[in-house]
Each structure stands twice: as C-alpha cells, then as structure tokens.
Design a protein around this ligand. Structure first.
Ligand code: GDP
Ligand code: ZN
Length: 459
C-alpha cells in the first residue's frame, strides 16, 4: 500500500485486559532490540542484542543507575510480530508506578511515546491486519456483554473482510466480462447475457441489504435499545418492569396512576440490553402535574427504539388503550397482553389488527417471559444475526456498504432499462470502489486516521 516503514521506535504501557498484576511495556520499531538492551539485563548478563533467536529471557529492568523490577523480555523479530516490526515486550509484575518507571527508562534509551492506536495502526500499514480487523480489535476492547464480544471477534477472524471480498469478486467478474465484451465485440468473447448479469447483481444487492439490516441488529446488541413500557394505569407496567429487572424497582400499587415519574433500568433480555423506561399513561388529563407526566411520556414514546405496549387482557380496551395504539403507529412495537392468568375480556382481534408481534404474558407469575424474549429478538432481528458470517459493526463500514448498495441498485436499473452497458460498468465500478474502501484496501489517509484516533494509547 505504498507505505514506508517508520524509522521511529515507539513504546507504551500496553497492559492486557487479563488480571494477574502483570504489566507490559511494548516497544516496536527498528531500534526495539537496541533500546530494550539498554534497560534490560538477563540473568546471565546477556543483553537483548546478543540474544537474537531467544524468544523469552528472564532478567531485570534498570534505568542505568538502579534496578527497577524483575522482568521477562519477549522478543519478536520482524515481520513475525503484531506490528510487523521488531518488537520487545517487557513484562513486569509491578503496579502502575513501576510500569511508569520502566517506560521512562525506555524513553530515556531512545524510544518515543506511542500515539493512540499506533501499534495497531502500524500492524495495518504493514499489512498484518485489515482495517475491519483493526476496528474489531477496538470493539473487543470496549465490548460489553458476551454477544457483543462475539460479534467483534467475528471481525477479528476476518469474517467481514472475507465476505466483502467474496461479494466484490462477483462484481469484479461481472465488470471484467462487460468491459472485455465492450472493448472487443468482434472477438469471440461470449455476449453478455443480461439475465445472468441481473442475477449476479440481485445476489449482491441482497447480500448487501442483509449486511445493512444486521448492522442495526448488531448495534442493538452492542449499545442497547431505548425501550418504553407504555400502557394505561394498572395494566401492569411496573410489574412487568420488575419482572424484567428481577427486582422491585418501580412502586407497584393497587391504585391507578401511581407511576408519575419515568423509572429507568437496563436489563438484558436474551442477548439484547434494553434500556427500559416505565411511563405514566398518555391519557387526556386536566391535572397540571399529571399533564407534565403525559407530555414527557409522549416524548419518550417518540424517541423510543422499541415500545412494549402493555394491555390488560382481563379488561375491555378503552379510549386510552386506543390512543396509545394510534400514538405508536410508526414505532417498532410489541403488544404485551398482560394478566393472562385472569379470564380474558380484551378484544384481541383489534390488537391483532394493529400489531405484528403479540405476546401473552402474566407479569405477576412470569408466564410468557420466553415468548417475550423471542418477540424482542424477532422485532430487532437479533435472532437472524450470525456474527461468524461477518457483520458490519462500525458506522464507517455501514456507510461504505450503503454506497455500494446504491451503486448496485443503479447498475440494476441500468440493466433493466437496457441502456448502454458502459453505464452499467460505471455503476459496478462505483460499488467495487466503495467495497475497497470498506476493507481499507483503498481507504484515504483521513479515514485511516479517524479509525485509529478512537484507540487508546498502548493498543
Ligand atoms: P401499572 O400502573 O401499569 O404500572 O400497573 P402495576 O404494575 O402497578 O399493576 C397494577 C395491578 O395489577 C397490581 O395490583 C398488580 O399486582 C396487578 N398485576 C400486574 N400484572 C399482573 C398479572 O399478570 N396478573 C394479575 N392477576 N395481576 C397483575
Ligand atoms: Zn406502574
């Protein structure tokens, strides 16, 4: 990628996430061994420079005057290291104070401080990892929850990159065929069959659309979903909230309209963190205090990414229920038909007409909780998420995939309307170029900079 190797040797504390009290100072660059040799003395009095070929050495780190700590020096010779450069890692078991002294000694010996993400950046520039892989390293560092970590790991294994390269391959083949035929129509290159071309484009389009859909599902798992529990007083919102939270959070009472304030909590339902808020109803009221609650509830409903609309199955639907149904017409919503343990009186046909997802539950007994998990996974499409398949997990990746998708749609329109094949080729090339940017093979320096600027020092 036309990158000239850095002449600077960088160092930083890059302590792993694993506990155990071990701290690591990582040194990377052409002078890594020389610099490490100035601060590290092996037990047998050998310096690192003399011990090429050793991978690990036990000894002591010193600052030229005094010993700082005992240490193990791990030696990686270019290009067989994380960054692709010569790397020495000094592992000490000191705390932060000791590690800072070690780092200071390393700087005094000639290393310069590593910038945020600079080790990973060098790994990328030296072709050790792809851009999407670098992004997934960052995701792993900040991942919350098992599924999120899995999704990030999938990027780490290069699943996304493999998928993008496969999709791009289909496009490149189509474009190559098109241009060969356009350039040498008199040769015996078989004529481009518009139907086959169309099939290829449709396949690519659907793969990109799946990736884009799954981006939202992946984000739901990583970042959580703003969820509102809505419903008129006494349908069982607080009880549902408590069931989901597994503890007594809201105040449950026998009297209607107790929950004035929005009560919030985050629960993990299935794989998905839901940031729940329990609202006051959205009934029409003249009470000024209640009115504030109702207005806030409407605001929350508009902002919600998911609405759990709770109804009391033992009661007939009333005006307030219908008002809620109409207020969430355009939202992602699940009808939660509560109190399934009581004799039913609700007009379920009306509910069915307005909701695609209906869950019958008894918030009191917990019956129907599994159905609730399934419905949430269905609405947020997290059930169809298979990280091992490769998923988009940053907005940068999503934007590039979107652009590629737009170009493919353009190409399809061109094929279908029978315009010149040149126009089709241009659109396909646009898609290929967007996908090259996605994997980082043709990403601008600004893009690369912005990816690594989010890293912390030492990674
Ligand atoms: P909210 O006003 O919508 O928050 O309703 P609450 O959660 O405060 O519940 C109102 C009343 O309904 C309480 O007495 C609850 O015990 C009761 N309740 C809630 N869920 C159920 C249920 O599934 N079955 C039965 N039988 N009662 C329930
Ligand atoms: Zn309540």
């Amino acid at each position: 990628n036309g990158y000239t190797p850095s002449t600077k040797t960088i160092a930083a504390i890059s302590t792993p996430q694993a506990p155990g009290g071990i701290g690591i100072v990582r040194i990377s660059g052409p002078q890594a061994k020389e610099i490490a040799g100035k601060v590290f003395l092996s037990r047998h009095g050998k310096t690192l420079e003399e011990i090429n070929g050793y991978t690990a050495l036990y000894g002591r780190v010193h600052d030229g005057e005094t010993d700082i700590d005992e240490a193990i020096a791990l030696n990686f010779t270019a290009p067989a290291s994380f960054t692709g450069e010569d790397v020495v890692e000094l592992s000490c078991h000191g705390g932060l104070y000791i590690m800072r002294r070690v780092l200071k000694a390393v700087f005094a010996a000639g290393a310069v401080p590593a910038g945020p993400g600079e080790f990973t950046r060098r790994a990328f520039l030296n072709g050790k990892i792809g851009l999407t892989e670098a992004e997934s390293i960052m995701q792993i560092i900040s991942a919350q929850g098992e599924q999120a970590a899995k999704a990030a790991l999938a990027g780490h294994d290069g699943a996304l990159e493999k998928k993008i390269i496969r999709i791009r391959g289909m496009l490149i083949e189509a474009a190559a065929h098109l241009s060969a035929w356009a350039d040498y129509p008199e040769d015996d290159i078989p004529e481009v069959n518009p139907e086959i071309l169309e099939t290829t484009l449709l396949t690519v389009k659907s793969e990109i659309e799946t990736l884009l859909r799954q981006f939202d599902a992946g984000r739901a798992i990583r970042e959580g979903v703003a969820t509102v529990i809505a419903g008129r007083p006494n349908v069982g919102k607080s009880t549902l909230m408590n069931l989901l939270a597994g503890c007594e959070r809201s105040i449950v009472t026998e009297y209607a309209g107790t929950t004035r304030d929005i009560v919030e909590d985050t629960v993990i339902l299935g794989d998905v963190p839901l940031c729940l808020s329990d609202t006051a109803g959205i009934h029409i009221t003249n009470d000024p205090v209640e009115k504030i609650g109702v207005d806030r509830a409407r605001g929350k409903l508009r902002e919600a990414q998911l609405v759990l609309a709770v109804f009391d199955s033992s009661q007939e639907l009333n005006e307030e229920d219908r008002e809620l149904i109409s207020a969430i017409r355009d939202s992602s919503a699940i009808a939660v038909v509560n109190k399934s343990d009581l004799p039913p009186a609700i007009d379920i046909k009306y509910i069915k007409k307005h909701f695609q997802q209906i869950v019958y539950i008894s918030a009191l007994s917990g019956d129907g909780l599994q159905e609730m998990r399934d419905a949430v996974a269905e609405v947020l499409r997290t059930s169809e998420l298979n990280p091992a398949d490769g998923i988009l997990f940053t907005e940068r990746q999503r934007d590039d995939a979107r652009r590629a998708g737009d170009c493919v749609r353009e190409a399809l329109t061109a094929v279908e309307s029978g315009v010149t094949l040149d126009a089709v080729t241009v659109s396909i090339e646009g898609a290929v170029s967007a996908l090259l940017e996605l994997t980082g093979e043709r990403a601008s320096e600004a893009v690369v900079d912005s990816v690594f600027s989010h890293f912390c020092v030492g990674k």
